[in-house]
Design a protein around this ligand. Structure first.
Ligand code: ADP
Length: 163
C-alpha cells in the first residue's frame, strides 16, 4: 500500500493546495494531508480552522485522510508508516528550500519526496498573498476554492478589523 504525506501550513488552504491534493491522491493508495503545527510561529488561522477548511475541500476525495502534527515530519512518517512526502513546486523560489529539505529528510530516514509541478494557472497563488489581498478588502474567488471563499474572506476581514 503506497502512502504519501502532504504536509503544509495551509494558512489558509488555496486552489493551489487543492490541485496538488487531487493530483497527489490519484497517484497513491492513501494521501495523508497534515497541518503542521508550529507553536512558535504566529498563524492567522488556528489548526482547528485549517482542519475544518480542509475537511470541506477534501470531502469528495475518498483516499485522503486529514491529520495535524507537531515536530519533525520524518518522525510523523515513521509513526504512520508513510513512504513518500508530497510537495508542490511553484517557481525557482520554492526549489532551493524544497531541494534542501528533500535531501535532509532522505538523509534522516531514506524517505523519498515526490514533487508535482504547480498548475501554470495556479502557480502564482500562495497563502501569504491570499492573506494580504483579503486584508485589503479584495475578494478571493481566483485564489480559493468556492466552498471556503466566503468563510476565509470573512474571517480575514474580521481579524483585520479587530486589529
Ligand atoms: P509550508 O509552510 O510547508 O511551505 P504551505 O502551506 O505554504 O506550507 O505549502 C505546502 C505545500 O504546498 C508546499 O509544497 C508548497 O510548495 C505547495 N503549494 C503551495 N501553494 C501552491 C500552489 N499555488 N501550487 C502548487 N503547490 C503549492
Amino acid at each position: 500500500m503506497k502512502k504519501a504525506l502532504f504536509p503544509g501550513s495551509f494558512d489558509p488552504p488555496s486552489l493551489g493546495h487543492l490541485d496538488i491534493i487531487r493530483r497527489g491522491a490519484s497517484l497513491v493508495d492513501e494521501l495523508i494531508v497534515a497541518v503542521a503545527v508550529h507553536p512558535d510561529k504566529q498563524a492567522l488561522f488556528s489548526t482547528e480552522q485549517k482542519m475544518s477548511f480542509l475537511t470541506t475541500l477534501t470531502r469528495e476525495i475518498p483516499n485522503v485522510t486529514l491529520l495535524s502534527f507537531e515536530g519533525l515530519v520524518v518522525d510523523f512518517c515513521r509513526e504512520h508508516h508513510i513512504q513518500f512526502l508530497l510537495r508542490g513546486l511553484r517557481a525557482f523560489s520554492d526549489f532551493e528550500y524544497e531541494f534542501r529539505m528533500a535531501l535532509a529528510n532522505r538523509k534522516l530516514t531514506q524517505i523519498e519526496t515526490l514533487f508535482l509541478m504547480a498548475d501554470p494557472n495556479l502557480a502564482h497563488i500562495s497563502s501569504s498573498l491570499i492573506r494580504d489581498i483579503a486584508s485589503h478588502d479584495c475578494r478571493l474567488h481566483d485564489f480559493l476554492p468556492a466552498a471556503i471563499e466566503e468563510q476565509v474572506y470573512t474571517a480575514i476581514r474580521r481579524k483585520k478589523n479587530r486589529g
